[in-house]
Design a binder for this molecule. Sequence first.
Ligand code: SAH
Ligand code: DHB
Ligand code: MG
Length: 219
Amino acid sequence: MNNQLFETADRYIDDLFSSQDDALIATEQSIEAADLQNMSVSANQGRFLYVMAKLCRAERILEIGTFCGYSTIWLAKALPTNGRVITLEADETHAAIARDNFVCSGFAPMIDMRIGNALDVLPQLVADGSGPFDMIFIDADKPPYADYFQWALKLSRPGTLIIADNVIRHLYDENTPAEKRAGVSRFNEMLAATPAVTATIIQNVGIKEPDGMAIAVVN
Ligand code: SAH
Ligand code: DHB
Ligand code: MG
């Protein structure tokens, strides 16, 4: 197997499931139009999150790290009509693009975006009893990943599914800043050593850099 085959297979899977709808395509176009580095999950990773949300019959989802809303829209698509995604974003520029994408997608009424540093917003969610969530997707800055995990546990119930993106790539990429690598290792080691969850990491290959997602269910 080589990267070319991984990309070809990723496109094959994407075509097979006709993964992307107009709202998702428009969201990807909004990222290109804004000339931002695309930090979204891939189409197949988005569909994976969608299947996971369906699997746990999620009605309340928390996302940490919205960017332009691509993964948020995938998660919202999995919800019943009374479902909600709360998504946290620190960057006003990203949030403004995401808001437009939520409106265009028709999912805006189901998405509650909170603008601010997630480390400030998460304690508020605990304080106002916003939990427990059925599913939590961690995908913001990497240095505080272990802290996000601790907040996620406070916002969970037995059975909550916690998924964290980008938990492999930074461990092996020589160009990754030390604080990102340290944040990811600390998170992975904490995940493995936390008896309150049953967890693993799945490797991801495809159109993006080889990476991995951590998957944990709260006991
Ligand atoms: N989940 C998105 C991608 C998120 S990229 C998707 O797959 O479509 C990571 C995002 O986290 C960026 O938009 C960045 O601005 C945001 N972010 C970084 N640090 C943050 C923080 N401390 N609190 C909240 N958001 C943060
Ligand atoms: C970056 C962040 C992500 O969450 C991702 O999936 C890809 C890239 C980044 O910060 O560059
Ligand atoms: Mg990511």
